[in-house]
Design a protein around this ligand. Structure first.
Ligand code: ADP
Length: 246
């Protein structure tokens, strides 16, 4: 992850390439109920990331051997569109997207009341239309909103943020250049009510103290993003109530 000598990621005033301070989030906007055909959907814009999520189900799991007689199975599919990055990405699943689909499925499975829907699958399609670092967490954050939009019973939403180390500074919510040339990236996702960690990965190296600081930053930021998620869902029900009144 070394920094090329011509790229300075943090300037003498402590500001990052996109003008943020070390503890600042990129702008986040979440909308829900964006696809009519899906049972639930959400769209998230987070910095330069644009990610669409569609949820279908619970519906009979197919092929049949994937059914669990005791509970629903969450099948999340993370996909980066070929046009989502500067250089065209080879279409189709690769090792990275298979891994991300698995960690996202596991995280979502920890909040949904799966026992209520035996033999079914809940299919979660995460389509990254524009990628700018932090897509796994942005996708997961939007996916939990889309599950709630589908009316699927859950203990809570899931929300996350990444933090990392850039030019020996611990920073929140890495952008693309920081992700590519920084020293470490630590994506974290939690269940906000219990603070249980449901996704934790790390790329690069940090000391124990640095990890603690990065975790604190990421968890505090997650609690702020949780408010964006709840607002998106409230806006949906507010507009339905208004339509009913008319
Ligand atoms: P995350 O998006 O969760 O941070 P990574 O750290 O693996 O995941 O990727 C960081 C960023 O690098 C992505 O958001 C994307 O902008 C870019 N990237 C990832 N995979 C590819 C790829 N195959 N081709 C081009 N750019 C990619």
């Amino acid at each position: 992850m070394g920094t090329p000598s011509n790229i300075k990621l943090i300037d003498e005033n402590g500001l990052r390439l996109d003008g943020r301070g070390d503890e600042e989030l990129r702008p986040i906007k979440i909308t829900t109920d964006v696809l009519e055909r899906a049972d639930g959907s959400a769209f998230i814009e987070w910095g330069g990331n644009k990610i669409l999520v569609a949820v279908y189900g619970p519906r009979e799991a197919y092929p049949k051997h994937t059914q669990d007689i005791e509970k629903a199975v969450i099948k999340a599919r993370y996909n980066m569109a070929a046009f989502s990055v500067d250089e065209r990405k080879k279409p189709g699943p690769d090792r990275r997207s298979i891994e991300l689909s698995m960690v996202i499925s596991n995280a979502l499975s920890s909040v949904v009341f799966l026992e209520q829907f035996p033999r079914t699958s809940i299919d979660v399609f995460i389509e990254v239309l524009q990628a700018d670092a932090g897509t796994r967490i942005a996708g997961l954050t939007a996916a939990s909103v889309a599950l709630a939009d589908a009316g699927i019973p859950m203990k809570d939403l899931i929300v996350g943020c990444a933090a990392g180390k850039v030019e020996n500074t611990i920073v929140l919510d890495l952008n693309k250049e920081e992700d590519n040339y920084g020293q470490a990236d630590l994506p974290v996702a939690i269940i906000p009510k219990t603070k249980d960690i449901v996704l934790l990965q790390m790329d690069g190296d940090m000391s124990e103290d640095e990890i603690d600081r990065a975790m604190d930053l990421a968890i505090n930021a997650s609690l702020k993003i949780y408010e964006h998620q709840k607002d998106a869902l409230k806006r949906k029900y507010f507009s339905i109530a208004q339509e009913d009144e008319q």
